[in-house]
Design a binder for this molecule. Structure first.
Ligand SMILES: Nc1ncnc2c1ncn2[C@@H]1O[C@H](COP(=O)(O)OP(=O)(O)OP(=O)(O)O)[C@@H](O)[C@H]1O
Length: 362
C-alpha cells in the first residue's frame, strides 16, 4: 500500500506543486511554518480540492482533476490523529474507541479490538472518561480510535506537538509499534527534527510549496546536502550490524565498517541491529589514536566536505558504509582534509537506532 500525491494548487501569494510518495511505514512531512504541510494534509483528507492533480492510496483514487474524481472525506478510509485528541468528554474510553466504527461483533472484530488495545497499552483505561487521562494517554486512545476505523492509511498532523517532553517519550514507542505492526502508510506532519530522526522510515522535506527532497530516512539524514535542512543536531549515519557476542562487559557487534563495542545489552548473538552515529559524535584523527577512552575507532577515507553553518560536514567511506562527521572549519584546515585522504573516525557514542529491536524477525 502506498499513498501517492501529485497536486498543484494556487492561493494568492502561494503556489503548491507537490509530488510525494509515502510507502508503508511512517513518512514524515517536515517543513517550516507556511511551507504547505497543512494544505497537503487537507488535500489528502478531502477537506480541500486541489486545482489540479491526483491523490491515490493503493489502487484507490481519492481525487483526480482529469477524471473529476473527488471522494468525500468520510469515504476515503483515512484514520486521523491531530494535535489535540478530540475525544468526546462525556463518553468512556471504550465508547470513544467504538464511536462511529464500521465494526460489528464478529470474532475478527473482537480480535482486532483486543490487538489494538494491547498494542497501545490502553486496556486498563477503558472505563475512564477522557478528563481522567493524561495527555499522552489521550493521544494513545486517539491512535486506537483511528486504527479501529479500519483505515487504508493514517494521517497524523503534529500529534505530539501539544505534549511535554516526558509525555512525548511515553508515546513514541507506541507510534513505533503502530508503524511496524500495521504496515499502513502513515503521513506524519511535524516541525520536530527529533521526531523525524526517531520515527520516520521515509522523509519528505517541503519548502515554499515544493518537496525539495524525499527518500529513506537514513539516506536523508546522512546526506550532507539534505541533513542540514532538518537541523544539524540530527545529522548522522545509520549502520547495520550484527551482535557477535559479549566481551569484557560490553556487547560486540560486527558491521561492514568494522567491529564496534556497545554498552552491554542483553541482545542475543546473531541479532541484526541498526546503529545510529550522529555527526556531532564523530571526531577525526590522521593516526590511529592510542590511550584514548573512546571504544570505537574506524579506519575510513574522506569522500567529500560540505560547508554548513559554523562548520564542515565530512562524509566518510568506512568500507561500504558511510559515516558523517561534523567538525569545525579550523579542524578541517588543521588536518588538511581533502577527498580520498585516509583518516580514523573516533566515535564518541554509538546508539542502537530505535525500531531495530526485532528487526530481524520482521
Ligand atoms: N485558504 C487559504 N487561502 C489563502 N491562502 C492560504 C489558505 N490556506 C493556506 N494558505 C497559504 O498557503 C501557505 C501554506 O499554508 P499551510 O497551512 O499549508 O502551511 P504549513 O506548512 O501547514 O504551516 P504551519 O506549520 O504553520 O501549519 C501559507 O502561505 C498560507 O498563508
Amino acid at each position: 500500500m502506498m499513498l501517492s500525491v501529485d497536486i498543484r494548487h494556487h492561493f494568492p501569494g502561494f503556489e503548491l506543486d507537490a509530488r510525494l510518495d509515502a510507502p508503508a511505514g511512517l513518512t514524515a512531512l517536515f517543513g517550516q511554518s507556511g511551507s504547505g504541510k497543512t494544505t497537503i494534509v487537507n488535500a489528502v483528507a478531502g477537506l480541500m480540492r486541489p486545482d489540479a492533480g491526483r491523490i491515490k492510496v493503493g489502487g484507490t483514487t481519492l481525487s483526480d482533476s482529469n477524471t473529476r474524481t473527488f471522494l468525500a472525506p468520510h469515504r476515503r478510509g483515512i484514520g486521523y490523529v491531530f494535535q489535540d485528541a478530540r475525544l468526546f468528554p462525556h463518553l468512556t474510553v471504550r465508547q470513544n474507541l467504538l464511536y462511529g466504527r464500521w465494526f460489528g461483533k464478529s470474532r475478527t472484530d473482537t480480535i482486532d479490538f483486543a490487538r489494538i488495545i494491547e498494542l497501545l497499552g490502553i486496556g486498563h483505561l477503558l472505563t475512564r472518561r477522557p478528563g481522567a487521562l493524561s495527555g499522552g494517554e489521550r493521544q494513545r486512545v486517539a491512535l486506537g480510535r483511528a486504527m479501529l476505523s479500519r483505515p487504508r492509511m493514517l494521517l497524523m498532523d503534529e500529534p505530539l506537538a501539544a505534549l511535554d517532553e516526558a509525555r512525548k517519550a511515553e508515546i513514541m514507542p507506541y507510534l513505533e509499534r503502530l508503524r511496524d505492526e500495521t504496515r499502513l502508510p502513515i503521513l506524519y506532519v511535524t516541525h520536530s527534527p527529533a521526531e523525524v530522526a526517531r520515527l520516520a522510515t521515509t522523509v519528505a522535506l517541503i519548502r515554499d510549496g515544493r518537496i525539495t527532497a524525499s527518500g529513506p530516512a537514513a539516506q536523508i539524514l546522512s546526506d550532507p546536502a539534505t541533513a542540514p535542512l532538518l537541523g544539524l543536531r540530527e545529522a548522522g549515519a545509520i549502520l547495520t550490524a550484527r551482535v557477535a557476542g559479549q566481551e569484557d562487559g560490553l556487547t560486540r557487534v560486527d558491521s561492514a565498517a568494522g567491529p564496534l563495542w556497545l554498552a552491554r545489552t542483553d541482545l542475543p548473538q546473531g541479532r541484526d541491529l541498526r546503529l545510529r552515529i550522529l555527526a556531532q559524535d564523530v571526531m577525526l584523527a590522521l593516526q590511529r589514536p592510542e590511550g584514548i577512552s573512546a571504544l570505537n575507532i574506524l579506519a575510513a577515507s574522506v569522500r567529500d566536505l560540505t560547508a554548513t553553518d559554523g562548520g564542515i560536514l565530512v562524509r566518510l567511506d568506512a568500507g561500504p558504509e558511510v559515516i558523517l562527521s561534523r567538525i569545525t572549519t579550523r579542524s578541517a584546515n588543521a588536518l588538511a582534509l581533502a577527498p580520498g585522504k585516509p583518516v580514523y573516525a573516533v566515535l564518541k557514542t554509538v546508539s542502537v537506532a530505535p525500531g531495530s529491536i526485532g528487526m530481524s524477525e520482521s
